[in-house]
Design a protein. Structure first.
Lengths: 178, 227
């Protein structure tokens, strides 16, 4: 993409959505329906201001980008959608965020893994289990022994990459240390 | 604020059971729902099951469907004591007017379903008899193109009238399925496009709850409560 002056760059917001439907919804149908709904409700002028785009959609949860400060209009547009590709559906807004990463982490539920599934394993003496989520240095572990989380009421054991790799000292925070 | 969805149709009038509606509405952030099936629809299915759903109040109301004014008044008088919330199926000009003139009625549902809205005479009557007007945003969600333009024109004019006379306003979707429900914030955003201020829209979503609370108290006569 062509670079733009940072001071002139238009700001964005991201909507995390959940589509409730009677059948499986394809991403192209969702994008087309949003497009139709917004030109129908707000016209070409309003649509150009909103700059709604479907960033990702997995059949149920999705991320939509729109122009900063147009939240109310975008909510209204999404609320007027009642069928998607001929299937009865409704779009629920789960939350709004300033970055794709935050929207995904805060509002889109991650798949919950069972201990027996073939995922990255951790076996280090005291703790053993499978990795459920990794966020920077923080690791959520689904323990083999359910009794480990009994007292705290949580489902996962919280670890960091430091626990697993000893003196891991890279400071950029991007490595998950595994 | 306690938000209420005030005009829901469940089995056999809609396609969902009351408990399914209650669960869906609770997930969307409502504190209560009012089931108001049409008076011609027959016995409601599974109201007792819906009352078991925790965290949301399920109120049993009715929407009177009448052919003319005389029958409307008779129905309203006879059903008043049996239901906690009395709505009237609006749309026809004469029925809209008659509903606004009947103090037994709590709410006039979708008065903009037909060709005319409420009009000045009915608005004055609604103010005097404390009948609330329900803005049915289901039309805004389902209609497209010319039909929606005409509907919006009519609603905009009537919203000015409602503001002028200070009539109670309610906002609903008139849902027949859980897929028709919208969250309170989405309804506020839709209403804002029609010229309803944010504060007013929030009040409109909370008004059904306060009316139901008043109806649930036992009144011996006007202004006299049995304690």
């Amino acid at each position: 993409m062509r670079s733009w002056l940072p001071v002139l760059r238009e700001r964005r917001r991201y909507l995390a959505i959940e589509v409730e439907a009677e059948d499986r919804i394809r991403r192209t149908d969702l994008a087309a329906e949003i497009w139709n709904a917004q030109t129908s409700l707000l016209g070409d002028l309003g649509a150009a201001r909103n700059r709604l785009r479907v960033i990702s959609f997995d059949g149920r949860f999705g991320i939509i980008r729109y122009s900063h400060q147009r939240t109310e209009e975008c909510r209204a547009v999404l609320a007027t959608i009642h069928t998607i590709g001929g299937t009865r559906a409704a779009i629920r807004v789960r939350g709004i965020s300033g970055t794709i990463k935050a929207a995904t982490e805060k509002y889109i539920p991650q798949s919950t893994l069972q201990p027996d599934e073939n995922v990255r394993r951790v076996d280090s003496g005291l703790v053993s289990g499978s990795v459920a989520r990794v966020h920077g240095r923080e690791i959520d572990l689904c323990p083999d022994d359910r009794k480990m989380t009994e007292g705290s009421g949580t489902r996962y054991v919280g670890l960091t990459s430091f626990d697993l790799c000893g003196e891991d000292t890279d400071a950029d925070g991007t490595s998950d240390g595994l | 604020m306690k938000y209420y969805e005030c005009n829901l149709h469940t089995l056999p009038d809609g396609s969902d059971s009351p408990s399914r509606m209650a669960v869906a509405a609770k997930k969307l952030g409502y504190s209560g729902i009012i089931i108001s099936n049409h008076s011609t629809a027959g016995e409601a299915y599974g109201i007792d099951a819906a009352k078991l759903v925790g965290g949301i109040e399920v109120v049993c109301g009715i929407e009177i469907l009448a052919a003319d004014q005389r029958r409307l008044h008779a129905r309203a008088a006879s059903l008043r004591d049996r239901f906690d919330f009395l709505a009237v199926h609006g749309g026809d000009e004469k029925i809209n007017r008659a509903a606004c003139e009947d103090p037994n009625v709590d709410m006039l549902a979708h008065p903009h379903g037909g060709r005319s809205g409420i009009g000045v005479a009915a608005a004055k009557a609604a103010r005097d008899n404390q009948v609330a007007i329900c803005l049915d945003l289901g039309q805004m969600i389902k209609l497209r193109g010319g039909a929606r333009v005409r509907w919006m024109e009519m609603v905009r004019r009537d919203i000015d009238l409602i503001e002028k006379f200070g009539i109670g306003l309610m906002i609903s979707t008139g849902s027949r399925s859980h897929l028709d429900l919208r969250s309170p914030r989405e309804l506020v955003a839709l209403a804002a496009l029609l010229g309803v201020e944010r504060k007013r829209a929030v009040e409109a979503l909370a008004l059904p709850g306060s009316i139901v609370d008043l109806n649930l108290r036992r009144w011996a006569s006007v202004g006299v409560e049995l304690l």
